[in-house]
Design a protein around this ligand. Structure first.
Ligand SMILES: [Zn+2]
Length: 210
């Protein structure tokens, strides 16, 4: 992903905020009128750069209409206002992923400086990680391949697509189905594949149907 580069006018707004002391920096600055053009610039850049695709669920929303996209702060701006305009803390996401993620702490390490490496995060980072190393999608089934994949699935509610597929309201409490599908994908021999298929069958049989 290419980090956003601010126009001269936007950079002034950003610099004004970043020149404030940490105690003065408020997350509500984001919603001020003066920040309107900056927010628009951020969204336009990432919508295009991400090819109209949410960074977490990888669903495509074929519109540049900014009202249908959320500006995503990987480290939540309510938690840490000082990273509000850090280009590598920014992306766009779909509304459902953004709402599911909420104010969840995504840092693996707490440091004062902006965490700028993959290992500093518990979830798949849009700028520092290669998504396909951590999560694979089989249609609507999210298959986590790593611990980061598992964390991202839980943080962004990525089982919601499987839940819908299986006729369950909301997010799966136990994303077993996805995990077993992952086991099936990673099966090294027929015995492992059979065990995964059996687990999937049992799991599906146990789901209460409406
Ligand atoms: Zn999404």
């Amino acid at each position: 992903m290419t980090p956003v580069q601010y126009s001269a006018a936007s950079q002034q707004v950003v610099t004004a905020f970043e020149a404030q002391s940490e105690a003065q920096q408020s997350s509500t600055y984001w919603s001020e009128d003066a920040v309107d053009p900056v927010r628009a610039e951020i969204k336009s850049h990432y919508i295009e750069d991400q090819n109209y695709t949410c960074v977490y669920c990888k669903r495509q929303i074929a519109t540049a209409n900014k009202a249908l996209w959320d500006a995503e702060h990987v480290i939540c701006r309510d938690k840490v206002p000082r990273f509000m305009f850090t280009p590598q803390n920014l992306a766009v996401s779909c509304r459902d992923c953004n709402i599911a993620k909420g104010q969840t702490e995504v840092r693996a390490t707490m440091r004062r400086k902006f965490p700028n490496e993959s290992k500093h995060y518990r979830i798949v980072h849009p700028h520092f990680d290669n998504y396909s190393d951590h999560i694979r999608w089989l249609g609507d089934i999210c298959v986590p391949l790593t611990d980061k994949g598992v964390e991202t699935q839980a943080t962004c509610g990525l089982t919601r697509f499987t839940a819908k597929l299986l006729g369950i309201d909301g997010v799966l409490v136990n994303p077993g189905f996805d995990r077993y599908v992952g086991d099936l994908l990673k099966a090294k021999n027929r015995a492992e594949a059979k065990a995964a298929i059996a687990a999937i069958s049992t799991y599906v049989e146990d789901i209460p149907q409406k």
